[in-house]
Design a protein around this ligand. Structure first.
Ligand code: SAH
Ligand code: SF4
Length: 394
């Protein structure tokens, strides 16, 4: 780790490529407008289009149906028409691991043979799905495992929303025919965009996918139950507020530009001052919509009392919650986790200044599912760049 290491690594960025198997268009991930256009292009009379969009949408996102033949409120002919042109495809589950603490990690395969990880974290009062937005990440935060993965490709909206559908499949959380599970406690109640990738470097797909997740006729999650985490892509923050409107988390991690330059190199492009200015403008800011500051605790690097006091000064005027993340180790990581006493002391200083300062309990460490540990084993171990490029048809 040096201050002169590049902000972005020398990655092979594969353009996203829809592999339309059998020439069929995948309906998953289309916005309502896109779905409408697609249905009309396939021969749906314009007059019926709005109704058809609603029907198909409900089957896909509310009932979890994958086969047009099961869409029983549509005529046989119309079902056949849909089947001729379209498919309902979600990422393919390659493996599922369940941690001692109940955390589940899925490795899924997407078009081109690429793989991403999804993590499901059950808690007493909620179930959170940690979703990926890219294969790998072009940024090079020095404490993050994902940032060392050499291959990067943006996920499509369908691949992002498909991760939610895969988890619902596994949790069995689709309504059973004939039942109306309106008030059942949801196993999957929250989404965090905290998996692999920088969501604000894949803005459009992330926005479209989250719009689908929030749509009341389908997955129907409130925008307050969706949190987007960014390392600080300053020019996109206001847009995220305006166009997605979900909760925001910032990977802050340091209290001086000198240290943040090293930990989160995007800081050299947009420094702490610029970042804080953008956060102050985040349009949805109010006491009930605090911004979460994520702060990874690295032994001897960013965990002193002075850091805690500086942090309090910096965030003054921003309704904030500080989420302290004990560093999760990965093979070859250049840092150590701060001691429990140090983390508690740091939390205490912040708490006394009037901010919630929860210490995030690492979940799923035994299956490498904790924050910053994600990196598809397969991309790293088995494939060379040339192999991956060949598979992607480049
Ligand atoms: N790219 C986005 C979202 C994914 S990272 C971002 O950086 O915000 C999710 C969170 O885990 C971020 O706050 C990230 O900084 C943190 N993280 C990364 N590596 C970690 C590690 N090894 N231990 C603990 N947290 C880590
Ligand atoms: Fe990318 Fe986030 Fe990891 Fe930084 S912390 S390398 S932005 S995934």
């Amino acid at each position: 780790m040096t201050a002169s290491s590049p902000i972005t690594q020398d990655v092979l960025t594969i353009p996203r490529k829809e592999d339309a198997s059998l020439g069929k268009l995948n309906l998953v991930g289309m916005t309502r407008d896109q779905l409408r256009d697609a249905l009309i292009a396939a021969g749906t009379p314009e007059k019926q289009a709005k109704m058809r969009v609603g029907q198909v949408w409900q089957w896909i996102y509310q009932k979890g149906v994958r086969d047009f033949a099961d869409m029983t409120n549509l005529s046989k002919d119309y079902r056949a028409l849909l089947d001729q042109h379209f498919e309902i495809r979600v990422p393919e589950v390659v493996s599922r691991q369940i941690s001692e603490d109940g955390t589940r990690k899925y490795l899924v395969r997407i078009a081109g043979g690429h793989e991403v990880e999804i993590v499901y974290i059950p808690e007493e009062d909620r179930g959170t799905l940690c979703v990926s937005s890219q294969v790998g990440c072009t940024l090079t935060c020095s404490f993050c495992h994902t940032g060392t993965q050499k291959l990067v490709r943006n996920l499509t909206a369908g691949e992002i929303v498909g991760q939610i559908m895969v988890a619902r499949d596994d949790l069995g959380e689709w309504p059973e025919p004939g039942r109306h599970p309106k008030n059942e406690t949801r196993l999957l109640s929250n989404i965090v965009l905290m998996g692999m990738g920088e969501p604000l470097y894949n803005f459009d797909a992330v926005r479209d996918a989250m719009k689908i997740a929030m749509d009341g006729e389908g997955i129907s999650l409130s925008r307050r139950r969706i949190t987007l985490s960014t390392s600080g892509v300053v020019p996109e923050i206001a847009r995220a507020g305006a166009e997605i409107g979900c909760m925001l988390a910032i990977s802050f991690h340091a209290t001086t530009d000198e240290v943040r330059d090293k930990l989160v190199p995007i800081n050299r492009k947009w420094n702490i001052e610029e970042l804080l200015a953008a956060l102050k403008e985040y349009p949805k800011l109010s006491n009930s919509e605090r911004i979460t500051f994520e702060y990874v605790m690295l032994d001897g690097v960013n965990d002193s009392d002075e850091d805690a006091y500086r942090l309090i000064k910096l965030i003054e005027g921003i309704p904030a919650k500080i989420n302290l993340i004990p560093f999760n180790e990965w093979p070859g990581a250049p840092y150590k986790r701060s001691s429990n006493n140090r983390i508690r002391r740091f939390a205490d200083i912040i708490y006394k200044a009037g901010y919630a300062s929860p210490i995030r309990t690492p979940r799923g460490e035994d299956i490498m599912a904790a924050c910053g540990q994600l990196k598809s084993e397969t991309e790293r171990a088995r494939k060379s760049k040339a192999e991956i490029a060949r598979e992607a048809g480049l």
